[in-house]
Design a protein around this ligand. Structure first.
Ligand code: IPM
Ligand code: MG
Length: 359
């Protein structure tokens, strides 16, 4: 049975890195006889430029009809000053996440041993690092209403957002986190701010409740400020971390840097049936867009996650991950992970090297 993959390159470096991931997907598609059909769509600023909206109906329909989605990145200075905030590129991404109910965001931070020197932390602190951040992706302060910027009676303006989580939203992400922990080292750290925020008092309570169904997983709780500190102090204490949308956004960037570069981190955003959208954790990096120097590995590894989680093609996923490890062994490095003695390569050369390592 043929499976449809929707490719959404997006903005900035998005098209450059996605092009390399598509080459890799085409190779495994043939090699493993996967029967994948790839189709492209527009999202973000590039969609706005053509259709006047960052999430055209056509893209949403294609996304709904697809078996999985691979996305590059969205956003850029060109669209930063759009008067109507609903038309900003980021709204395209957020619209896809919420429209497809992709509430479970998995962000693995794994240090490739070859890159221990690229981390800004000492090798002994990060070597062997393997953390999974489970981020709630369709709720919390990102989506809470009311929200906006209003003018008060005294003429001063005020910005406001709403931090809200329902019990069911907390319960379903908790299950994803406990199940992920069961497949790993069975340690789950839930990150909240229960000393200040009621939302996370409830979050903590529900996590305790759900933990009764997973007696083999050891649950702990940590305030987000401490978690940020612990991530850079002693990151190897963590196995799986689960947290809300905004804390997860912030902590996953910090965790990414432990691994040497955010250019290495893939992610999966899954719905309740494991249909998903896959994207690198990094943004559209407008400062380096068009220069051919971006690291395509996070996107290539996202394609591997897609094969593993949504398409059930484990052998093909393994092959891609091994190929990535092989090119790192060969000393090939894009600028973000470059260190002395290594060979600096372009986005395209890195993609081609992964393709070569696959055959
Ligand atoms: C991420 C990004 C997005 C987010 C932006 C681009 C809206 O930072 O995926 O982490 O905040 O979720
Ligand atoms: Mg982010």
């Amino acid at each position: 049975m043929s499976k449809n993959v929707l490719i959404l390159p997006g903005d900035g470096i998005g098209p450059e890195i996605v092009a390399e991931a598509v080459k890799v997907l085409n190779v495994v598609n043939d090699k493993f006889d996967l029967g994948l059909t790839l189709e492209e769509g527009l999202v973000g600023g590039s969609a706005y430029d053509v259709h006047g909206t960052p999430l055209p109906e056509e893209t949403m329909n294609k996304a709904k009809a697809s078996d999985a989605i691979l996305l590059g990145a969205v956003g850029g200075p060109k669209w930063d000053n759009l008067e109507d905030r609903e038309l900003r590129p980021e709204k395209g991404l957020l619209g896809l996440r919420s429209g497809l109910e992709l509430f479970g965001n998995l962000r693995p931070a794994i240090l490739y041993p070859q890159l221990a020197d690229a981390s800004s932390l000492k090798p002994e602190i990060v070597s062997g690092l393997d953390i999974l951040i489970v981020r709630e992706l369709t709720g919390g302060i990102y989506f809470g209403k009311p929200r906006g910027i209003r003018t008060l009676e005294n003429g001063e303006r005020e910005g406001y957002n709403t931090y809200v989580y329902s019990e069911s939203e907390i319960r379903r992400i908790a299950k994803v986190a406990f199940e992920s922990a069961q497949k790993r080292n069975k340690k789950l750290c839930s990150v909240d701010k229960a000393n200040v925020l009621e939302v996370t008092v409830l979050w903590r309570e529900i996590l305790e409740e759900v933990s009764k169904d997973y007696p083999d997983v050891e649950l702990s709780h940590m305030y987000v400020d401490n978690a940020a500190m612990q991530l850079v102090r002693a990151p190897k204490q963590f196995d799986v971390m689960v947290t809300g949308n905004m804390f997860g956004d912030i902590l996953s960037d910090a965790a990414a840097m432990l691994t040497g570069s955010i250019g290495m981190l893939p992610s999966a955003s899954l719905d309740k049936d494991n249909k998903g959208m896959y994207e690198p954790c990094h943004g559209s990096a407008p400062d380096i867009a068009g220069q051919g120097i971006a690291n395509p590995l996070a996107t290539i590894l996202s394609a591997a996650m897609m094969l593993r989680y949504s398409l059930n093609e484990v052998a093909a996923a393994d092959a891609i991950e091994e190929a990535v490890s092989k090119v790192l062994d060969q000393g090939l490095r894009t600028a973000d992970i470059f260190s002395d003695g290594m060979k600096k390569v372009s986005t395209e050369e890195m993609g081609e090297a992964v393709v070569a390592a696959l055959s």
